[in-house]
Design a protein around this ligand. Structure first.
Ligand SMILES: [Zn+2]
Length: 178
């Protein structure tokens, strides 16, 4: 029997009037759906948000990299110092990135050894919302239960272990104390 098909497309408009389309999900149902097949399932919602995140985050980092190409004071183009790998962890999945570093402009007192990253993760590439939710629930339930709850509801990939929850919560606590 023919199926019902929904293809979810993301239309990005990163430059005004220049849309690019990417299919981020395909959802199928039999025509004779039962109650459990009405609407989105949790697994589909997780895949959908993770697919959106995987498109949005690298695009933002690329645009940021372009914005920081030249010196804000004198306008000189800043030399690239290569890119370094970052695994950005968020509520909607992990995204592997390569973040560009650029030399600091001589007009700002920079030399060959001084560079900056176009996006500074502060040594810990965890989205503030993920850190917040983790710490919030870790205050209410054992670390292992929090890890299980978050990874059941959200497309949190990789190791979402009790020790991750504990470490993340400790970092949030240290920030709060400061
Ligand atoms: Zn300059």
């Amino acid at each position: 029997m023919a199926k019902l098909v929904w293809r979810v497309k993301l239309v990005a408009e990163l430059q005004p009037g220049v849309p690019t389309e990417t299919e981020v999900a395909r959802i199928e149902r039999d025509k004779q759906a039962n109650l459990a097949e009405l609407g989105l399932r949790l697994e589909e919602a997780k895949q959908l948000t993770a697919a959106l995140q995987a498109e949005m985050v690298p695009a933002q980092v690329t645009v940021l990299s372009e914005c920081r190409r030249s010196c804000a004071s004198c306008g000189s183009v800043l030399a690239s110092k290569g890119r370094y790998p970052v695994r950005f962890r968020s509520l909607f999945g992990d995204v592997s990135l390569r973040v560009r570093r650029r030399l600091i402009c001589p007009c700002q007192g920079g030399d060959e050894a001084m560079s900056f990253a176009v996006l500074d993760f502060g040594g810990n590439a965890v989205a503030p919302e993920l850190a917040y939710l983790t710490a919030r629930y870790a205050a209410l339930a054992p670390f292992g239960k929090v890890a299980a709850l978050l990874s059941e509801l959200l497309p949190i990939s990789g190791a979402q272990h009790a020790s991750t929850v504990r470490n993340r919560t400790r970092r949030v606590g240290e920030l709060v104390v400061r």
